[in-house]
Design a protein. Structure first.
Length: 162
């Protein structure tokens, strides 16, 4: 019963730490969850009801199964390596971590679009003429029309070539 309560406390602590915003707390929650998983594997192996296979010869039906212990050893190594990897990610990405809340500039009544610095497109600057600017020449004719005329030879060129 003690192991079950310990596992519950570890999982509850891990869940609490996962819900935090800081990366270090999330990593600590991952460590707690790994420990809880290891305890579950050991408890499922039934080591408390069996004897260790050392010393005097013992009947194999009462000897502890080494498979859960091997699983736990493997899980410890994997959890350690993933923890180190996550710590490296946390250290290298700590400048990208925005733990501060935005100030709410969008709700500011003094904010005005006309006070934006020059170079930012204002909503009134966008017109259908500026949207079509990429398809038309400065003379107003469509580039598609001029390329079609250039590709098709005129009637005089066709007649002169015969």
């Amino acid at each position: 019963m003690t192991i079950a309560i310990t596992i519950g406390i570890l999982v509850a602590g891990a869940t609490y730490l996962f819900l935090q915003r800081e990366m270090l707390r999330i990593i600590l929650g991952f460590i707690l969850l790994g420990h809880a998983g290891n305890l579950i594997l050991i408890a499922a192996g039934g080591t408390d009801r069996r004897e260790e296979p050392f010393g005097t010869p013992v009947d194999t039906s009462v000897v502890a199964d080494p498979l859960p212990q091997a699983f736990v050893l493997t899980a410890i190594v994997i959890a350690f390596s993933i923890t180190i990897f996550m710590l490296v990610l946390a250290v290298t990405g700590k400048d990208d971590d925005d733990t501060t809340e935005p100030h709410g500039d969008d709700d500011d009544p003094e904010f005005n679009v006309s006070t934006l610095p020059k170079g930012i497109i204002q909503p009134e600057d966008v017109t259908t003429q500026s949207l079509n600017m990429g398809l038309t020449d400065h003379g107003g004719s469509s580039r598609l029309d001029t390329t079609a005329q250039a590709a098709a030879p005129s009637a005089q060129q066709q007649g002169g070539a015969r």
